[in-house]
Design a protein around this ligand. Structure first.
Ligand code: APR
Length: 310
């Protein structure tokens, strides 16, 4: 039997998620949106069914506003919520998106209680925490997408600047999904060569700053709404690792219970994602400067999480 992927939110990211999941034949796909947008969700699903002959995939893709239709989902990806507009921080979305996540958590808990859940809605670190608290799902089955995207941006900017294949750029970004996130130049390599050996400090600092502000750079360019291609791919990478037990080590927002000295918060850390979900958090031996930066981002996440009052 095919796997089932439920996409909660059929907007900009949701529709790209549906396309990527179909093209990768991850399973059958349900796009769920609010009742007022049930028809557009159905329309997007039908459009993707009609793309299948050329896309060369077999997947049943449907649109709905009824949570009963996500029953038995193996993976749930949540993008329901408002995106940022120019001039807004992710934290500005807290109240409106907390309300939405509360409804989504109830719907998922009642209808897909066994699903592996990937949260994309911003402010991400607080929304994944809220979803975890509200569903009561185990920490292995609730994960936030952010670090996978932040690392993709870090790798992309390095490849663009150095004129090398992005495939050969390896590295990671820790911490919250905001301007205090922590790219780790010391542990970044280009074809095995340390980044710090081939790029000047000021160049690296500039790339790190661009990474921290990458979401905002896109928001400014769009004028309306936020990034959607790269967030969608990042979530699909996590979903695929779970569904195919690829056991990839991906930076995700995971519940830390002592790791990195964090207690009870979702923070971007390297996670092993396999058939049992978020199976393991890897701890990196950080130097003092990196530790200080991580503490700062943890403080920001804690403050936003406290505002959820959960
Ligand atoms: N249930 C299901 N869907 C909902 C709900 C809900 N309770 N509330 C809102 N939605 C839907 C909206 O109707 C919309 O179709 O979520 C969709 C969000 O789509 P967009 O507005 O296009 O936003 P998008 O760019 O996809 O971003 C979604 O991800 O990266 C974050 O900051 C971003 O919080 C935002 C989220």
């Amino acid at each position: 039997m095919r796997k089932k992927i439920a996409l909660i939110g059929g907007g900009q990211i949701g529709q790209i998620l549906a396309m990527l999941a179909a093209q990768k034949e991850l399973g059958d796909i349900v796009i769920l949106d609010i009742p007022e947008l049930e028809n557009p969700a159905k329309g997007k699903a039908l459009d993707l069914m009609e793309m299948a002959p050329h896309g060369n995939y077999d997947a049943n893709i449907t649109g709905t506003s009824d949570y009963k239709d996500i029953a038995g989902a193996d993976v749930v990806i949540v993008t329901a919520g408002k995106p940022r507009q120019a001039g807004m921080t992710r934290e500005d979305l807290l109240a409106v998106n907390l309300d939405i996540i509360t409804k989504v958590a109830a719907g998922v808990k009642a209808n897909a209680p066994e699903a592996f859940c990937i949260i994309v809605t911003n402010p991400l670190d607080a929304m994944v925490y809220a979803f975890y608290k509200l569903t009561g799902f185990p920490k292995s089955r609730v994960i936030g997408m952010a670090g996978t995207l932040d690392t993709a941006r870090w790798r992309a900017f390095i490849a663009m600047e150095l004129g090398v294949s992005v495939t050969d750029v390896a590295g990671t970004v820790l911490g919250g999904h905001g301007p205090d996130m922590v790219p780790l130049p010391r542990l970044t390599t280009v074809g095995g060569v340390p980044l710090t050996d081939i790029a000047a400090k000021e160049q690296i600092d500039r790339l790190a700053t661009r990474t921290r502000e990458a979401g905002t750079e896109i928001v400014k360019l769009f004028g309306k709404g936020s990034a959607f291609f790269s967030p969608a791919w990042s979530a699909i990478v996590i979903a695929e690792s779970y569904l195919k037990d690829k056991r990839r080590v991906l930076p995700c927002a995971a519940l830390c219970e002592g790791e990195y000295g964090v207690q009870g918060l979702f923070i971007g850390v390297p996670c092993l994602v396999g058939a049992k979900g978020m199976e393991k958090i890897y701890e990196i031996k950080l130097d003092d400067g990196e530790k200080a930066m991580l503490q700062k981002t943890i403080g920001v996440v804690r403050k936003t999480v406290e505002e959820t009052k959960l």
